[in-house]
Design a protein around this ligand. Structure first.
Ligand code: USQ
Length: 382
């Protein structure tokens, strides 16, 4: 398969390039280095020093004898994206090239406008490039579980059957996001659904929960192949933050009551989910939605797990409850249905004590690089 990975420099993008390449697919990776630049601007750089895409591709080629073609460029520039599609004519495109942070989108008007512009125009450009170059190309879009919010009913896998005044129909499951970033993902879904209905394109929308971890089969071959890894308030997801906080001797930053519950997955499972979706594509004229998570935890449960393993390893972990900077429900119902990816063949890597121990071991090697000022800057939702 010839696969185009947009956002190839990121936490998920780079390991995805390696995963497909290792399995014999032809990989083209594109990135505009937005996150690298934003991390410098906001003083919250990756824990692990990540060579740039060109250097990484060379390191990978030396190790594996496999080539990943890389391009630096901005896919909101339609001519640039079109030139990539024309040059490679991919069978599938994976869209990670979005501004991925809820706190970033809430910093100020400019960051909000950037998030809207980047996320919506990049998605629109992909749709147009697919139509213009190869309408059969499968779009794999990273959505988020945060599109659904925390409704007081079960969360179905993308769609909801509704009976109203004696008539029945099927709709996208109701969406109600908790940040402007999450809102752009809803808008993406709506836009993709419109073009699926209108142009008959094929789309898989992966509603992903927060991802944790560092280790993948390929990244474990050489530390220089590890993903960029953020533990700061802006780009770090909650469990990744807690591990690095524990290693640094910084009290774990549980926001508010800590009963907020989300669906999580191991980085290794993100790779599997995207790969399985690519190998078993959506039909033409289908918007296929999968809920991409393997287990649910509250923030308190995660903090307790990190403390238990951290203490066992001699870290003396403290847990702090700080005023919640976000506007979100701290007590809520959460029951998500997710069978689609398992049916495609997903074999989950659960959050075991061994996984946590290994996570501690890897991050502790980079202890000297931890910037404690990045743990909490206090970006408030209002
Ligand atoms: N939280 C804390 N303490 C922290 C950080 C977060 O209590 O130090 C809480 C948050 O308030 C929230 C939960 O942990 O209730 C999850 O926060 P998060 O920062 O791990 O995740 P989120 O901002 O929702 O975004 C992340 C990714 C995003 C992805 C999303 C999936 O950055 O790209 O879309 O996870 S989901 O959360 O299901 O919407």
């Amino acid at each position: 398969m010839r696969i185009l990975i947009l956002g190839a420099d990121g936490y998920l993008g780079w390991p995805t390039c390696l995963y497909f390449s290792q399995r014999g697919d032809e990989v083209i990776g594109v990135d505009n280095y937005f996150r690298r630049n934003a991390a410098v601007e906001l003083d919250c750089e990756s824990l692990i020093p990540a060579p740039d895409l060109f250097q990484r591709a060379e390191i990978w080629e030396d190790i594996s004898d496999k080539k990943i073609k890389v391009h630096a460029g901005d896919i909101t520039d339609y001519e640039f994206l079109l030139s990539i599609f024309r040059e490679y004519n991919p069978d599938a495109v994976v869209h990670y090239a979005e501004q991925p942070s809820a706190p970033y989108s809430m910093i100020n008007r400019d960051k909000a406008a950037f998030t809207l512009q980047n996320n919506l125009i990049s998605t629109l450009n992909i749709i147009y490039a697919v139509k213009e170059v190869n309408p059969d190309c499968h779009i794999i879009k990273l959505g988020t579980m945060g599109e659904y919010g925390t409704p007081n009913i079960d969360i179905e896998e993308g769609w909801l059957d509704i009976e109203h005044k004696g008539r029945k129909d099927k709709f996208l499951f109701p969406r109600q996001a908790g940040s402007l970033y999450h809102t752009t993902k809803i808008q993406d879904t709506d836009m993709l659904w419109f073009y699926v209905r209108t142009w008959g394109i094929r789309v898989t929308d992966l509603m992903q929960g927060p991802v944790y971890g560092l280790s993948t089969e390929e990244a474990d071959m050489d530390p220089q192949l590890m993903p960029s890894f953020h533990y700061d308030e802006i780009f770090g997801t909650v469990l990744n933050r807690f591990i690095v906080q524990a290693v640094a001797g910084y009290p774990l930053t549980v926001y508010g009551k800590g009963n907020q519950t989300r669906g999580f997955l191991n980085l290794k499972d993100t790779m599997q989910c995207v790969y399985l979706s690519a190998m078993q594509p959506a039909e033409q004229g289908q918007l296929r939605v999968f809920n991409q998570l393997t287990e649910s935890f509250s923030v308190n449960q995660l903090a307790e797990k990190v403390k238990a393993i951290g203490d066992k390893m001699g870290y003396n972990v403290k847990i702090d409850h700080i005023e919640n900077p976000r506007v979100e429900k701290e007590d809520h119902y959460y029951n998500v249905h997710y069978t689609g990816l398992a049916e495609l063949g997903l074999e989950p890597h659960y959050l075991t004590d061994q996984v946590l121990e290994k996570f501690f071991e890897i991050t502790s090697k980079y202890k000297d690089r931890i910037n404690k000022d990045a743990f909490f800057k206090g970006i408030k939702w209002k």
